[in-house]
Design a protein. Structure first.
Length: 293
């Protein structure tokens, strides 16, 4: 199985704060760091560090050329990332407080300038049995879902950040849906995670994972239902925890691990991620994750 991740590539500006800025409030940041990020790029790095062969497709501006080197160094194939000569790279302004929680302001930039021709170019080398991973930080995700499903790809969707438009996407063509509690409730109207699962599988016709933060994750696929507890960690920064979980889960499933084992590995990787600052830079490598399982 080859993996194509068509997703965002961002520059992250991370501000450490003693508390999140409230409406109308001006606060002083404690520090500023600049990292490579974007949910798509983070998930590609997690896949690569977990040992998977992953190609990332996306769009950046001239100001983001350094991000290509960052992804290459992590083991990601960047041959399908295109450079837009007119639009700047997407970026995020992230507040991280003393407890490790975060608040994020996202600007799409080149991530929102993807056209039909780029989609065709990216998908032309993939077909039946391959996997397409998508998030909601690029434009034209519905077109990508339809095109990939038409080629026989296994489609995995993580619709974050969640918007109302996702409900109108061709979710019946999604093979695996991965959401957190808030996103799941927004999609199906059910707040209880266990009650949410069958509703979401009914919408997608495939498998569903609901991540629960400190409570772990739930899985439902066919007759198999699993609760994976969270792995305890000293929380420094939760920014890329979900992306790490997704990348490690898919990487382990791609090599034939069971759902249960893949969830366990993903939970361990996410715990290691939150114990370090940053997004992409906090994603652990596979041998370190193995040592902690």
């Amino acid at each position: 199985m080859r993996i194509l991740n068509f997703g965002s590539v961002n520059i992250d500006y991370v501000h450490r704060v003693d508390h999140m800025a409230r409406p109308g409030e001006t606060i002083a940041g404690l520090s500023l760091d600049v990292f490579a990020g974007g949910k798509g790029a983070n998930q590609s790095v997690a896949l690569a560090r977990a040992g998977a062969a992953v190609t990332h497709a996306g769009r950046i501006g001239e100001d983001g050329r350094w991000l290509l080197l960052k992804l290459k160094d992590a083991g990601v194939d960047v041959s399908l990332i295109e450079i837009d000569p007119e639009i700047k790279t997407g970026h995020a302004v992230i507040q991280v407080d003393d407890s490790g929680e975060n608040a994020i302001l996202l600007h799409g930039g080149a991530n929102r300038a993807i056209g039909a021709e780029q989609i065709d170019r990216a998908l032309s080398g993939f077909g039946k049995g391959d996997l397409l991973l998508l998030q909601n930080e690029i434009n034209d995700a519905p077109a990508l879902i339809n095109a990939a499903a038409g080629r026989g790809l296994f489609v995995c969707l993580n619709p974050a950040p969640m918007t109302g438009e996702v409900r109108d996407w061709p979710l019946d063509k999604v093979s695996l849906l991965i959401v957190n509690e808030t996103e799941g409730e927004s999609l199906c109207g059910e707040a209880d995670p266990w009650e949410m699962l069958p509703k979401l599988t009914g919408m997608t016709g495939g498998e569903v994972i609901v991540t629960l933060g400190s409570e772990g994750a739930l899985y439902l696929g066919g007759d198999e239902a699993i609760h994976q507890p969270a792995v305890q960690a000293d929380v420094i920064d939760t920014t890329a925890a979900g992306d790490t979980f997704i990348g490690y889960y898919l990487a382990r499933r791609a090599v034939g691990d069971s759902v249960e084992q893949s969830l366990k590995t993903a939970a361990t990787a996410a715990a290691l991620c939150v114990s370090k600052a940053g997004a992409m830079d906090s994603i652990p490598v596979g041998n370190v994750v193995s040592q902690h399982e």
